[in-house]
Design a protein around this ligand. Sequence first.
Ligand code: CTP
Length: 401
Amino acid sequence: MRIVVGITGGIAAYKAVSLVRSLVEQGHEVKVIPTQNALRFVGSATLEAISKNTVDPDLYTDVADVKHVELGQSADLVIVAPATASFIARTASGIADDLLSNVVLATKAPILVAPAMHTEMWENAATMANIATLRARGIAVMEPADGRLTGSDSGKGRLPEPDEIVAAALALAAHGTDLAGLNILITAGGTQEPIDAVRFIGNRSSGKQGVAIAMAARARGANVQLIGANIEMPSSIDSVSVKTASELEAAVKVALTSADVVIMAAAVADYRVEAPSDLKLKKDHLGTTLDLHLVQNPDILADLVEGRGDSVTPYLVGFAAESDAERLDALALEKISRKGCDLLVANDISSSKVFGADTTAVTVVHAQDGVIARFEGQKSTVADELLTVIHDQLPERKNNS
Ligand code: CTP
């Protein structure tokens, strides 16, 4: 793809170097357009070396080539990272006073804007209104991350990490904002049930697949809420951290009210210790054996199905990790009919290559139609393919299209 990367004048401009490097490494042709202020933070020599392309932010060189129109028309994708409050305001007003703002006006390619600024500037009513204007015009604006800002302060306003921007940009280029307006609730990770003050019963889910789905859905315009059990959360997604199945259940109930789709990718413990100890259990007191009395956790997905009753909303997607590869389809079909969800995504974990890996292979089972798809590859790619299946299955969207 031909990708224009615009860089505006903020301290996070240095992170754009990693972003450009990653895009070039993935085989894309990258044209970097820094603003004059961006060049105060990162030099054009660095940007030329990393992008393997010339860097000239001046609107008035090579005027005969009508550079701004040519760059805008030939781009397949435009990314602006970091985007300052000033750039966002000028874009919302249609001001074109340098090469980057001209290209942004001249292009018909998808545009991804990754803002970075202090929390107060992000929350300012003017910025909020400008962001709403950009989104209403079909420009994808990432949520800034929460964390350390330029000074000693921290809060919302950090540039999302370069790999998050790359994932969002590539999903946007492939699918546009086809999930705009959709509220998607995703659970990811694995719950941990306490035994005592230091020990727990857990599982090997890394949460990578659920997080990949959340990032891809956000990039395609969905409103995403991520509930993560014992995983590191992506900085740019609205998320809640939980530990146990009970906490996960409570968080799902809170988030459920606005969800059009629920994707239960989390590995939920089926049992918990009935009476976990607040203190660390000591061998001296326990002797040579330890009996743990376990009680069953609620089946969150089955309860969602029951709570939905005759309604078709929310659309419910379950996951299943199965270790009997020979019977994967049969087990998935049995599980979807037992759970009553709309789709089930089954993983074959017999090779033990799925947990924690960046790649996966899944079989997608539909409540009425049986096996409808099989996907294999990077979890980010599989995430995109799953979202396309879900999008195509949504009944009301089908009727509207
Ligand atoms: N799930 C849930 N609540 C539970 C257990 C599982 O919501 N207490 C959800 C998972 O998030 C997943 C789906 O149900 O989307 C299937 O999980 P899995 O553990 O494979 O199913 P189980 O019902 O536990 O079936 P089994 O133990 O027979 O494999």
